[in-house]
Ligand binder design. Structure first.
Ligand code: PFF
Length: 453
C-alpha cells in the first residue's frame, strides 16, 4: 500500500470514519428529499429503482471514492490530479475533483436554506405554536414562512455559520464530535416516529405506496431522479467521501465500512418515507406536495402526539444536527483544497466557502417568494439548481470516478489499496465499477435525454 500522510490529520479510528461518513450521508437527503421526490414520482417503482441505484451504482462508487481518497490522501482535486499522473501519465482526471468541489458549494447553498427551515420549525414546535394544529394551520404556517425572505435569510445565515464553525476547527475536534452522538439518537427517534405515525395514521397504505411498484409509469425522468437521489443521499459524485477517505487509517477495511454506511443511509430513508407517507396518506396530504412535504407531515405527527412538543422539538433539533454533519461533507473538499493548494488557514477557507454558499443561497430563498414567478426548464430557480446538482453534476462526477477507478487505474493499484485480495469481493467491485456504473449512469442520461427508448 502507498503510505501517504494527510495534512489534516486522520480519524482516530475506523469507527470515527464510519460515523463521519454516515454523518455526511444521513441528512436532509434522507428525511426531507427522499420522501418528496418519491412522492412526486408516484412511490413504488421509484423506490425500487432508487434501491437498485443505491446498491448497483452507489455502493461500488462509494468504495471507489473512499479508496481513491485514501490513496491520494489529499483533497479531491489534488488527489485526482496526483492519481491521474501516477496511473495515466497526465492530470486530466482532476476534472472529476473540480466538478465535485463546485457541486458541493452549489448543494450547500440550498441545503442550508432548507436546514434553516428546519431550525425555524424546531423553535416553533418548542414554543408550542404548532401544538394541536390542524392540516390547514400547518399549511398556512408553511406558506407564511416561505413568504418571509428575511426570516429565511436569518435561519440560512445561522445554519451556515454553525457549519463553517465546525469545519474551521478541523477534522478531529470538529467533525467527529458532532456525529458521534447525533446518529444513534436520530435513528432511535426515527423509529419512535415511524411507530407512532404508523399507528395513528396509515401505515399499511404507506407500505403499499412505497413498495407496490407500477413500472408502467416510469419514464426517463423517474430514472434520472432516482439515480440523482441515490447520489445525493450517499454524498457521492462530489468528492465528500473522497475527502473523508483521505483521513481514513491505513488498516481500515473499505468494503465493510462502505456497505455498513450505505445500508444505514438507505434504512434511514425508508424509515423516513414510511413515517411521512403514513401521515400524508392518512391525513389527505398529497404525496406529490413537493419540497414542503416533510414540513407538513412531521408537524402534523407531533401536533397531537403525547409529549409532542418535546418529541417534535427533539426530532427537529436532531435533524438540524444531521444536516449540519452533512453540510460539513459539502464544505470539506473545497476547504481542504484551499488549505493544501493555496495556503489558506482552515478558518479563512471555511469562511470564504461559507460566504459563497451564503450568496448563492439567497437566490434560492428568494425563489420561494420574490422570484417565485421566475420559472424555466426544471421550474423555479431552486428546482433548477437542485436538478443541475443532483441529477446532472453528481452522476457526472460519479461516472468519471468510476471510469478512472475501473479503467484508468491499474488493477495492481486498486488491489493494493483495497487489501482484500483478488477474490469474489474484489472481482464484484471491479466488474461493477467498470461496467455496471458507467453503463448505468450513461444509459440513464441517454434515456432522460430521449436518446434511448
Ligand atoms: N447526503 C446528504 C443528505 O442526504 O442529506 C447530502 C450531502 C451531504 C450530499 C454531503 C453531498 C455531500 F457531500
Amino acid at each position: 500500500m502507498v503510505r501517504r500522510q494527510s495534512l489534516h490529520g486522520q480519524w482516530s479510528s475506523r469507527l470515527a470514519f464510519v460515523l463521519a461518513a454516515t454523518g455526511a450521508a444521513v441528512g436532509l437527503g434522507n428525511i426531507w428529499r427522499f420522501p418528496y421526490v418519491a412522492g412526486e414520482h408516484g412511490g413504488g417503482a421509484f423506490v425500487i429503482i432508487y434501491l437498485a441505484c443505491v446498491f448497483a451504482i452507489g455502493l461500488p462508487l462509494f468504495m471507489a471514492e473512499a479508496m481513491l481518497g485514501r490513496r491520494g490522501r489529499r483533497n479531491p482535486i489534488n488527489a485526482m490530479q496526483l492519481l491521474s499522473q501516477e496511473e495515466a501519465g497526465h492530470s486530466g482526471w482532476q476534472v472529476a475533483g473540480w466538478i465535485g468541489v463546485a457541486t458541493g458549494i452549489l448543494i450547500l447553498s440550498y441545503y442550508s436554506v432548507v436546514a434553516g427551515l428546519t431550525f425555524s420549525y424546531a423553535i416553533d414546535i418548542a414554543a408550542g405554536s404548532l401544538n394541536h394544529a390542524r392540516p390547514m394551520d400547518i399549511t398556512a404556517h408553511y406558506r407564511e414562512l416561505m413568504n418571509s425572505p428575511f426570516e429565511l435569510l436569518f435561519w440560512h445565515t445561522l445554519f451556515l455559520a454553525f457549519a463553517v464553525f465546525v469545519v474551521a476547527r478541523g477534522v478531529e475536534q470538529g467533525l467527529e464530535r458532532v456525529v458521534k452522538f447525533v446518529m444513534p439518537v436520530l435513528f432511535l427517534m426515527l423509529v419512535v416516529v415511524v411507530v407512532y405515525a404508523g399507528a395513528k395514521f396509515a401505515f399499511g397504505q404507506a407500505v403499499q405506496y412505497l413498495f407496490d411498484a407500477d413500472f408502467s409509469r416510469v419514464d426517463g425522468d423517474t430514472l434520472l431522479t432516482a439515480l440523482g437521489q441515490a447520489f445525493f443521499s450517499l454524498s457521492l459524485g462530489m468528492g465528500a467521501i473522497m475527502a473523508y477517505g483521505a483521513y481514513l487509517p491505513d488498516d481500515a477495511s473499505i468494503p465493510g465500512t462502505s456497505f455498513a454506511i450505505v445500508l444505514v443511509d438507505t434504512v434511514v430513508a425508508l424509515l423516513a418515507g414510511l413515517a411521512i407517507f403514513s401521515v400524508a396518506l392518512g391525513s389527505g396530504l398529497d404525496p406529490a406536495t413537493g419540497p414542503g412535504l416533510m414540513f407538513h407531515a412531521l408537524p402534523l405527527t407531533f401536533a397531537d402526539m403525547p409529549g409532542g412538543v418535546f418529541f417534535g422539538t427533539l426530532f427537529f433539533l436532531l435533524l438540524i444536527l444531521a444536516a449540519w454533519s452533512s453540510s460539513i461533507g459539502l464544505i470539506e473538499p473545497a476547504v481542504a483544497r484551499m488549505v493544501e493548494r493555496h495556503g489558506f488557514s482552515r478558518r479563512n477557507a471555511a469562511l470564504a466557502i461559507g460566504a459563497l454558499a451564503w450568496l448563492l443561497g439567497v437566490l434560492t430563498l428568494l425563489s420561494f417568494n420574490a422570484f417565485s414567478g421566475v420559472r424555466f426548464l426544471a421550474g423555479s430557480l431552486f428546482e433548477n439548481l437542485d436538478y443541475l446538482a443532483a441529477n446532472i453534476l453528481l452522476p457526472l462526477g460519479g461516472l468519471l470516478v468510476a471510469l478512472f477507478a475501473g479503467w484508468a487505474m491499474s488493477k495492481a493499484s486498486s488491489v493494493d489499496e483495497f487489501e482484500i485480495g483478488t477474490g469474489l469481493r474484489y472481482t464484484l467491485w471491479r466488474s461493477f465499477t467498470r461496467f455496471v456504473v458507467p453503463l448505468g449512469v450513461a444509459g440513464i442520461f441517454c434515456r432522460a435525454l430521449g436518446w434511448l427508448p
